[in-house]
Design a protein around this ligand. Structure first.
Ligand SMILES: [Zn+2]
Length: 244
């Protein structure tokens, strides 16, 4: 999986994974970085925030939950440690209402769902949305255990009120047509929740819903993550959102 960090107008959004610390720090060494913003606290986004903040004397801003989480070493599931590496603890600051760079204004927009502390950043002058893990693809095949599909639907509807051209996703960016991409993901998730609801009304449980709908469990991902990421988690999240 490719992980992006975005440097725009002296503001760095996300910092990549700890396993690539030397490469990321070297790639940005001759750039001017005044401010660092984090989307979620996940270690593929926050892994090098401490090193880059120190190197560039730049403050790191994030959601208050992220601030608490990254202030000390946090425990990680073994697969996450293996793939991304540990993050170095850092002193981040809670996000202000907006961050001004030399030519632009970054407005933080809460977009929970993928995680409770997930933030996106909107730069209206450019029609650019730095969306972290909000988008990831038109269709997705699995959820981690603590993802919340109801919150994710609300977050997608929130950013669809914006005229997004550039969708600067943390893993699968689209330089144009961002709004269309976000709309496609919203439609996919709405349809998914609708189908789960229809099958649940017939008395089926999560496993039976997958079978009946003709979906396939992401077996390799489920195995590698010891069940942390799976299609059945996504179905269960849909069932929880329908119960609320
Ligand atoms: Zn990510």
């Amino acid at each position: 999986m490719t992980v992006y960090c975005w440097l725009f107008d002296n503001v760095l959004v996300d910092t990549g994974l700890g396993h690539m610390r030397n490469d990321v720090v070297a790639a940005l060494d001759h750039e001017r970085i005044d401010t660092i913003l984090l989307t979620p606290s996940h270690e593929d986004h926050s892994g090098n925030a401490a090193a880059l903040g120190r190197r560039h004397q730049a403050p790191v801003y994030a959601h208050p939950h992220t601030v608490r989480r990254v202030s000390r070493r946090f425990s990680m599931l073994p697969y996450r440690h293996l793939v991304w590496g540990q993050i170095q603890p850092l002193e981040a600051l809670p996000l202000p209402d907006s961050v001004t760079s030399s030519h632009s204004r970054f407005v933080p927009i809460p977009t929970p769902g993928h995680s409770i502390d997930h933030m996106s950043f909107w730069v209206e002058e450019q029609g650019a949305l730095f969306s972290g893990d909000l988008y990831l693809g038109d269709r997705i095949k699995y959820f981690r255990e603590n993802e919340d599909i109801g919150q994710e639907l609300a977050s997608l509807r929130r950013v669809l009120a914006l005229d997004v051209g550039m969708l600067l996703c943390g893993h699968r960016p689209h330089p144009t047509g961002g709004r269309e991409r976000l709309a496609r993901k919203l439609a996919f998730l709405e349809e998914f929740v609708g189908e789960v609801g229809r099958l649940q009304a017939r008395g089926l449980d999560a496993e039976a819903i997958i079978k009946k709908a003709g979906w396939r469990e992401a077996r390799l991902v489920k195995w590698f993550t010891f069940g942390d990421a799976s299609l059945v988690n996504m179905v269960r999240s849909a069932m929880r959102s329908l119960a609320n």
